[in-house]
Design a protein around this ligand. Structure first.
Ligand code: BG6
Length: 510
């Protein structure tokens, strides 16, 4: 593995939740695992005035609460980590403050004996999205960005989500970012790609020879991708109400899952080889037009209910949510991939908040065998459909209980030829007996190593927005929004189950 070079990591939005919950814990873990260079320095930048010392205290508190290794308050490891942390207050549009930041970074380099022409920088934009382009413009104007062709030092910028709120704003954002940075300096993050089990989709498909021959329209009847969350909006009502499930989960995480499941094998595992295939796949999906929106999608919003014994209020009562909001907290979609491999195979995507439980899973349902040889099938759910076995199903479980399950028909022991569907299961935890690294650990390390494979390229983010743009427009144009209420703690609106079940029947995909 490549060795990480010394770098100064600047986090914009250093007082935010993401910094506390994910970024600082990931950096601590990387340092504890010896994966970062010794002279690595972290600088928080945010509006509020505070000293380096105050920032360090906050960082330590956050790590005690959120770090994977559960460090004790005041422990040596925590102190060592926080002593590498510094703070700069400033406004995101103040060139003076960006010059101040530059002075601080130069001073820190000097103290560490790093020549200014060898000083690497990783800027992490963990701020509200409305300041992304302003920050990048300021970085450009105040001399923070190295020439992309400079072989001695590098500058990279991680851009958090949401990357735009529709196709137009994403294109604008790309344009303003790329007027300052080269595409190779931009790391658009989607934390789903940092999850071990998401990366394992590629390993599973392209590192084994037995599945790929079946991975096509001849053997697969349809695919379900489900990202169910039991959490609600968790204090983010203001953001969420302006976003909704389609923007928050589908445009990014779910389309990434879909691309990895359906893309062609890349020619190599080089960043652009993989990203080319993902873009090709997304471009093969016909975007849903605004006037077809109700044929291809169902949206829902949760109403009061109970999850794990806890009473959940109506979405409309969450703080930050408009009392007449029609923002969807659930969405189900049907997509097609119009290419040689997948023509005619429906892909059903489903995601929602306040559902029964947390579950991210891809289910690949295979076609029935050509002949129903066995007339006695013990299949409780489909007792009436004698002779038809439950189709084979391969489930890739991304979270929780990460693993893989293959459901196959087995002979029930005894004198008669009776079949029953049974599962072959593989569970990561039991097999590898290690806790997988967190998604942000992997992605921050990759950015430091200069590996863009698991980051989203400009054309990829625009291809993903192209797919959901028509749905957003269609929904926005409805005078009477078709939004289905569902009770918190259920699997979503009944209409979504009906939509998918009927579609599977109608298309004969069963
Ligand atoms: C984020 C969304 O990108 O992903 C959240 O903004 C969502 O609304 C989260 O809860 C889900 O991530 P994970 O890793 O918990 O599945």
């Amino acid at each position: 593995m490549k060795k990480a070079e010394p770098v100064t990591i600047v986090i914009f939005g250093a007082s935010g939740d993401l910094t506390k919950r994910k970024l600082m814990p990931a950096l601590l873990q990387l340092i504890m695992d010896g994966l970062l260079a010794e002279k690595t320095t972290i600088v928080g930048f945010a509006r509020r005035e505070k000293s380096h010392e105050q920032f360090r205290v906050e960082v330590e508190e956050a790590l005690v609460e959120f770090a994977r290794s559960k460090p004790e308050a005041g422990s040596g490891g925590l102190k060592a980590f926080s002593s590498c942390c510094y703070y700069q207050s400033g406004n995101y549009d103040s060139s003076k403050n960006f010059h101040d930041l530059k002075k601080l970074l130069d001073k820190l380099d000097e103290e560490r004996g790093i020549d200014s022409d060898k000083a690497n920088r990783l800027f992490y934009l963990s701020t509200p999205p409305n300041v992304f382009s302003g920050i990048i413009a300021m970085l450009g104007q105040t001399g923070h960005i190295a020439d992309p062709n400079d072989k001695n030092r590098w500058t990279r910028v991680i851009v958090e989500k949401p990357f735009g709120r529709n196709l137009e704003t994403a294109v604008d954002l790309n344009r303003s970012i790329l007027s300052v940075l080269d595409e190779n300096q931009v790391y658009r993050i989607d934390h789903y790609l940092g999850k071990e089990t998401v990366q394992n989709i590629m390993a599973f498909r392209f590192g084994n020879s037995i599945f790929e021959p079946l991975w096509n329209r001849r053997y697969v009847s349809h695919v379900h991708i489900t990202v169910a969350e039991a959490v609600c909006v968790e204090g983010r009502g203001g953001y969420y109400d302006n976003s909704g499930a389609l923007r928050d989960m589908v445009q990014n995480h779910m389309l990434q899952l879909l691309s990895l499941i359906a893309m062609e094998p890349p020619a190599s595992f080089a960043p652009n080889a993989v990203r080319n295939e993902k873009v090709k796949l997304l471009s093969a999906i016909p975007p849903i037009k605004s006037n077809e929106v109700n044929e291809y999608s169902i949206r829902g919003q949760y109403a009061a209910g109970t999850i794990n014994g806890k009473l959940i209020p109506d979405y409309l009562r969450e703080s930050g949510v408009q009392s007449n909001s029609v923002t969807e907290t659930f969405v189900a979609l049907k997509l097609h991939v119009d290419n040689w491999r997948w023509a005619g195979v429906p892909f059903y995507l489903r995601t929602g908040k306040a559902l029964t439980k947390r579950l991210t899973e891809v289910n690949i349902e295979f076609r029935q065998p050509p002949l129903a040889l066995f007339s006695h099938i013990k299949n409780d759910e489909d007792e009436r459909e004698r002779g038809r076995m439950k189709p084979n199903m391969l489930s890739l479980r991304v979270q929780p209980n990460e693993g893989i399950r293959l459901s196959i028909g087995m002979k029930v022991p005894g004198p008669k030829m009776i079949l029953e569907p049974k599962d072959m299961e593989f569970c990561y935890e039991n097999v590898f007996k290690v806790e997988p690294p967190g998604a942000y650990e992997r992605l921050i390390l990759d950015a430091i190593l200069g590996d863009t494979t698991l980051f989203i390229r400009q054309d990829e983010v625009e291809a993903a927005w192209t797919l959901v743009n028509g749905i957003l427009e269609g929904w926005a144009s409805e005078e009477l929004p078709h939004i289905h209420l569902y009770r918190a703690g259920t699997w979503g609106p009944y209409a979504a189950d009906e939509f998918i079940t009927n579609d599977v029947r109608r298309t004969g995909a069963l």
